[in-house]
Design a protein around this ligand. Structure first.
Ligand code: TTP
Length: 712
């Protein structure tokens, strides 16, 4: 039997807090007369009553589901109130939801390390608070236990018929013979119940929570008893929980990997994985994934709660289903401009409020080629250094699109003439900004982040290619390139809108190698050294048979900045003496940059104009999926280590374009991307929906508040 690395911290107390029907609650707070009534939030696109994106629990009681459209929802629940999502830039405007999420985060983050996992989900590490509580006021010494704590669900706690569940929970909490870990969890139940009550009091929102020893179990538990309830997972109940948990319900097993476990290994539940040795799992799925699978079968997950209250990236996207597909460059440009404007506003707001700047602009799209069997093949994602200023972002996004389109069309390009296009259509577009790092106060530090892109008169004469080059805030090792391009493998378009997330079997990768176990086994020796042309290891999804899952948290590596780079930056910094306001700097910077001629892009990147199409013929500088120089794990670690610290570029390893790294995307932005793209993320990051969401129970404080008797 292999010995897996055990979680070193069984004594942790981790909570996963998930808001209940979040968008609905936000809308109900705006219109209190809707509280307690069957309500749903719909996309702004009114086709068939609009796609439902959030459904209140009262409406769920009538059988309304998120997969329905407004018209269908009205059929099953004629009294339902449909509220349209706010609109800006011709697409859903999620700002009110985002801000509401921030309100909640600011309350939850008071008790421990807090990680904002999505627009309405938070992880908390409450270990310290629980330990302190255990020392000062252990659960067994507590006489008065709040109602909200007693309403906790404790997995594995048998509640016989006719027995008062709250009394059983009270006994469990006050057990004298409880293990240290269970006592900590009991403390966690107190802390989380209080936090949830505080959230309700301050924001009027209810939420549900899972409390366990690790993130994975806490997340599983938070959805088990919704709305407005919490679930505790004692260590002794983990086996039972996983034994009956369908494979696809486990995070990261909702997609191809889960399918392979079902079809190739015959696993129906996570517990079924227990019959396989670690070697066997590694043989089938690679070292890391095999190790990870072995661990999750035992409920082991050492992932840390990251202390992160702000999103790791910003994204803005829109879908153009069916006949709405964009078929001209002009229409693509129009929508890119809208998306970039929104992105730019958010970047500016992030800068103003949080003093953070983003470094990478990425364009994703989905497109088809008419009459081609492979029309569903992926439209390549493209990234480049991000330049602040709406116009610059718009220009760069268009250039990225053109580069990607040309690559996508391949030989077809010669058949297409100008804007008259019969060959292709774009069904979704999105832009995102990632690698967001805080700016330490002082202008000198800002220069570091711009790699010397000084808004002096000299920059007016600089070709944009150089400006790009200068703008690249490379990591010390140039490791930005180590991530994969995102591919689009979806089989269907959803006629929804901008913010839909649909769970699917979507794959992150170009092929479907997980259905071919023998091929995976064949490729095993290369697993940790997927070769790039440069002979280096590569995490790109293009060449990976499937995405390797991290078995444990990456740890940042120390980095050694190049002396030359430091000196260069020092000089840049000196040039800026006297420029003391951050906003002054950016205003100058934007002004100077916007005066650069777009034609310089093509000059700088040696781009030939494609005949009769107006597209750059080579845009290598915008896309690299193989310029990897770091071992895969190290690459990832270094990317992580660069976030939040001031990295100094190694000039010799700078690149003009990077691949896109899924690890850099914050879950909270996923909702803002087009559904197809969301599906890819969801398949990997958030593949399961909550199991067994029961109807609400009455008679408890939060639930009572949430469900006045208006629903019927
Ligand atoms: P979820 O947390 O998945 O769902 P929810 O909060 O509406 O309901 P539950 O109580 O079951 O957790 O999503 C959070 C918000 O994200 C949701 O209110 C609306 C938005 N969203 C979409 O825009 N599209 C989608 O497909 C999904 C799943 C969510």
């Amino acid at each position: 039997m292999p010995v897996a690395k055990r979680e070193t911290s069984d004594g942790r107390v981790i909570a996963h807090v998930d808001m209940d029907c979040f968008y609905v609650q936000v809308e109900q707070r705006k219109q209190p007369n809707l509280r307690g009534l069957p309500t749903a939030v719909i996309q702004y696109n009114s086709f068939k009553g609009g796609a439902l994106i959030a459904v209140s629990y009262e409406a769920r009681n009538f059988g309304v589901k998120r997969s329905m459209r407004g018209d269908e929802a009205k059929d099953v629940c004629p009294q339902i109130h449909l509220v349209q999502v706010p609109v800006a830039h011709g697409k859903a405007d999620l700002n009110s939801y985002r801000n509401a999420g921030s309100e909640v985060v600011s309350i939850l983050s008071k008790k421990g390390r807090c990680e904002r996992a999505s627009i309405d989900e938070v992880y908390l590490d409450l270990t310290d608070a629980a330990e302190t509580m255990l020392l000062e006021m252990p659960p067994e010494a507590r006489e008065d236990i709040e109602e909200e704590v007693l309403k906790s669900h404790v997995l594995g706690l048998e509640i016989k018929e006719g027995i008062d569940a709250k009394e059983e929970v009270r006994k469990w909490i006050r057990r004298g013979d409880a293990t240290y870990q269970d006592k900590l969890l009991a403390c966690g139940a107190f802390i989380v119940a209080n936090l949830r009550m505080q959230v309700l009091k301050d924001t009027e929102f209810t939420c549900s929570a899972g409390i366990a020893h690790n993130k994975m179990l806490a997340k599983l538990a938070s959805g088990m008893n919704k709305p407005a309830q919490q679930t505790v997972v004692p260590q002794s109940s983990v086996g039972g929980l996983l034994e009956s948990l369908p494979i696809k319900k486990m995070k990261q097993l909702g997609g191809k990997l889960g399918s392979s476990l079902q079809s190739d290994l015959g696993c129906k539940t996570v517990g079924d994985l227990l019959q396989f040795s670690e070697e066997k799992l590694q043989q089938c799925y690679g070292i890391n994934t095999g190790n990870w699978l072995w661990n999750i079968a035992r409920g082991i997950n050492g992932e840390e709660v990251e202390g992160r209250l702000l999103p790791k990236s910003h994204g803005s996207g829109k879908t153009f289903p069916g006949p709405q597909a964009l078929k001209t460059l002009a229409s693509v440009q129009h929508w890119l401009n809208e998306l970039c404007e929104e992105l730019s506003e958010r970047l500016q707001s992030d800068l103003n409020l949080n003093k953070r700047i983003a470094h990478t602009l990425t364009l994703h799209a989905r497109a088809y080629k008419k009459g081609e069997s492979d029309s569903l093949r992926k439209f390549p994602s493209k990234s480049c250094p991000l330049r602040y200023g709406t116009t610059k972002i718009q220009e760069d996004a268009l250039t990225l699109f053109q580069a990607a389109l040309r690559e996508f069309l391949g030989f077809c390009i010669s058949k297409t003439h100008g804007n008259e296009n019969n060959n292709w259509g774009v069904t979704s577009l999105s832009v995102s900004a990632s690698k967001i790092v805080p700016i330490p106060s002082g202008t000198h530090s800002i220069v570091k982040y711009f790699g010397g892109q000084v808004p002096s008169s000299s920059s007016f004469n600089q070709p944009l290619g150089n400006a790009f080059d200068e703008a690249v805030p490379s990591s010390p090792s140039g490791s930005e390139n180590c991530s994969g391009l995102i591919s689009y493998e979806l089989q269907q378009n959803y006629p929804g809108g901008d913010t839909e997330i649909k769970n699917s079997e979507a794959c992150l990768h170009e092929q479907d190698p997980l259905c071919n176990l023998s091929r995976k086994v064949d490729s095993l020796p290369k697993e940790s050294s997927l070769e790039s042309p440069a002979g280096s290891e590569d995490r790109t999804t293009k060449s990976e048979p499937y995405r390797e899952l991290p078995a444990k948290d990456p740890r940042p590596l120390s980095s050694t900045p190049s002396l030359k780079a430091v000196e260069k930056k020092k000089t840049m910094g000196n040039n800026l003496k006297g420029n003391c306001s951050i906003m002054d700097f950016f205003n100058n910077y934007q002004n100077s940059q916007s005066s650069l001629e777009h034609k310089n892009v093509t000059n700088a990147h040696d781009v030939k104009t494609a005949s009769s199409f107006g597209l750059p013929s080579t845009m290598d500088s915008y896309s690299t999926c193989n310029q990897i120089e770091q071992p895969a794990e190290r690459c990832r670690e270094e990317i992580d280590s660069n976030v939040g610290e001031c990295s100094v570029p190694n000039m010799s390893q700078r690149r003009q374009a990077w691949d896109y790294n899924i690890d850099e995307i914050d879950h909270s932005v996923i909702e803002e991307l087009p559904p197809e793209i969301q599906q890819e993320f969801q398949a990997w990051l958030r593949p399961h929906k909550r199991p067994n969401v029961p109807n609400s129970k009455r008679g408890s404080s939060i639930t009572h508040y949430f469900l006045p008797d208006k629903s019927r």
